[in-house]
Write a protein that binds this ligand. Structure first.
Ligand code: ATP
Length: 578
């Protein structure tokens, strides 16, 4: 057991555990937990009282004391009722601790995942982090539930062991073992025997059950991969359908599902072995105390009450000592969950700690309003340079088109300018309080109403008339009546409509600078011109930096920044008529 616990702690158990208990809620949390533990202790006390009752009750039966019968039944009823109430509330309040702890921990993880765009960095810069959604929704819940179950269970069993150990010791009397011409007297022999019995049981359970840790871990991973694969197809259903990709996708599903099943078979076999063992061990524990106490009973040194009390106390001591035998599976699950959460935590920390090589500065108020790039260098994680020593000034209201061959680094430059790409050096200076909006080729539409999607990332607040006017300007007046319909709008709107919706967003949010990454790729040329003219008319002071391959885009911009892909670049003014 120690090896398993050591493993859990080594894999970051303590780091995940301690946060809540030393947080700002610590006193309330500790108080509630202490109360739950106290309830469990009280429950053990009641169990000891019930155990003593056995002695009295069976002795009364053996001696035909009819007058004792009803009072003893009454005592039992009272003790049993108290036990029921205490046991129910011990679980209810433990769940209360659980839900509060989970809320806190989930909040922390969500915060860390969102901070410094870790969600983006993990996705784009690290390919080895699996399913943050599952870590945050399922693993945290399991971690909290299993930890509390084990912690409270452990303390309860420890108390049970102490209390019933004493009972068993007192009932055991002395056991004499002849050894040659001498005799050894063993005091509390039933207590010692139950101790030995449980220790052997625990070691054997470890040997049988240790493979479950790895298998459980793999099971979760394979299930998540299988689910993720289906999710990808759901998200890209149209592309898959166009490609008639059912065959390769089905093969992919089956391969992943086969891994799930293969691992599950192993898990089943190992669990079967463990179950054989746990059940056999449990059954043996019923007969062992009877065999042990029988000599005393038949010798007349123990009454029927004592015998029944011994059987019950042995059961309790053995239950307590072999607690880990029964909860081996729980420990295996906790170890697997801890390993995954600890891995996720360190991946998030690594992603957050990648320093942003490009320094961002703000010019003081009143200074010239321009975006300046100073010796800007854009690199890839492997060190390849996409843009070298780029120094230029983009005055407010400028219109720059970034061109270059596919893969030369245009989008990566936009990412650097918006501050989400950490690999690079040099500096970027923006006027104080500059608001920047980024329009990718496929705009992001959050779940919810169309109104919310239009204002994203701001909250949906603004004049209703302006909103309707903007929708008319971008040619989406047909959706005015559906502004408050909640739906998955990215599935309903065509890509061209989504791109026009993104332009509407620019008109509503009114940023100082907008980056368009092939943001008009799905529009016809007339619509494209309309959208750019709209920006010029409505927001003349806004800077526009676009990436695109279409020749028509030259007419909508004044300057061209061309990237050659080897780090070199060139800026030139675009002649008035191209
Ligand atoms: N997360 C990443 N990790 C490693 N390499 C990356 C990553 N993202 C992009 N790259 C590489 O960086 C290079 C530039 O990519 P980028 O998307 O900026 O090109 P682009 O000029 O916008 O291409 P296109 O015109 O085809 O959209 C490519 O070779 C690409 O493979």
């Amino acid at each position: 057991m120690w090896f398993v616990l050591k493993g859990i702690f080594w894999r970051g158990f303590w780091r995940i555990f301690r946060g809540y208990w030393s947080s700002e809620h610590k006193w309330k949390a500790r108080g509630l937990l202490a109360f739950v533990i106290a309830l469990n202790f009280f429950d053990v006390y009641l169990l000891v009282r019930i155990n003593t009752w056995y002695n009295k009750f069976y002795n009364a039966l053996q001696q035909y004391q009819a007058d004792q019968f009803w009072p003893l039944v009454g005592t039992f009823t009272l003790l049993a009722m108290l036990h029921i109430v205490v046991a129910v509330y011990a679980i209810y309040l433990r769940q209360m601790v659980q839900i509060k702890w989970r809320t806190w921990l989930t909040d922390q993880y969500l915060g860390r995942w969102m901070r410094k765009q870790v969600y983006y960095r993990l996705q784009v810069l690290r390919s080895d982090t699996d399913n943050p959604d599952q870590r945050i929704s399922e693993d945290i819940n399991q971690f909290v539930a299993l930890t509390l179950q084990l912690l409270i269970g452990f303390l309860k069993q420890l108390t049970t062991l102490a209390a019933f150990g004493v009972v068993l010791w007192n009932l055991s009397g002395a056991f004499t073992v002849p050894f040659g011409s001498r005799e050894f007297v063993i005091y509390g022999y039933m207590f010692w025997f139950s101790l030995l019995y449980s220790m052997v049981g625990t070691v054997c359970a470890h040997l049988v059950g240790r493979r479950l840790i790895g298998l459980n871990f793999d099971q979760q991973r394979f299930e998540a991969d299988f689910r993720f694969n289906m999710m990808r197809v759901r998200e890209n259903s149209e592309s898959v359908a166009f490609y008639r990709g059912e065959q390769p996708e089905s093969v992919g599903f089956r391969e992943r599902f086969a891994k799930v099943i293969r691992n599950y078979w192993q898990l089943m076999r190992q669990t079967k072995l463990l179950n054989f063992y746990v059940n056999g061990y449990g059954q043996l524990a019923i007969i062992v105390p009877l065999v042990l106490a029988a000599p005393q009973y038949f010798a007349g040194t123990m009454a029927l009450g004592g015998l029944m009390q011994t059987v019950s106390a042995f059961g309790r001591v053995q239950d307590a000592l072999s607690y880990f035998v029964d909860s081996y599976d729980t420990i295996a699950q906790l170890a697997a969950v801890t390993r995954r959460l600890a891995g996720f935590t360190s991946h998030m920390e690594e992603a957050a700690s990648i320093p942003n090589g490009v320094v961002r500065r703000e010019t003081p108020a009143g200074a010239e309003k321009a975006v300046s790039l100073n010796e800007l260098q854009v690199c890839l994680p492997d060190g390849r340079t996409l843009l070298r020593d780029c120094t230029l000034k983009l005055p407010q209201g400028c219109r720059v088109l970034i061109t270059g061959a596919s893969g030369c680094g245009k989008s990566t430059l936009l990412r650097t300018l918006s501050g989400i790409w950490p690999y690079g050096s040099g500096s970027l200076t923006l006027p104080q309080g500059t608001r920047v909006l980024f329009l990718p080729q496929r705009p992001y539409l959050p779940l919810g109403s169309l109104r919310r999607a239009l204002y994203y990332p701001l909250s949906a607040s603004g004049s209703e008339d302006r909103l309707k006017e903007v929708l008319r300007l971008v040619g989406l007046e047909a959706f005015i009546a559906r502004l408050d319909d909640r739906d998955d709008w990215s599935r309903i709107l065509s890509l061209g409509e989504q791109q026009r919706l993104a332009f509407a967003r620019v008109l509503l949010v009114k940023p100082d600078c907008v980056f368009l990454d092939e943001a008009t790729s799905a529009l016809d040329e007339a619509r494209e011109q309309e959208m750019y003219d709209l920006l010029r008319r409505q927001l003349p002071a806004m800077s526009v930096v676009s990436v695109g391959h279409r020749s028509t885009l030259f007419a909508r911009h004044e300057e061209e920044l061309h990237l050659f892909g080897d780090g070199s670049w060139r800026i030139r003014s675009i002649p008035a008529k191209v």
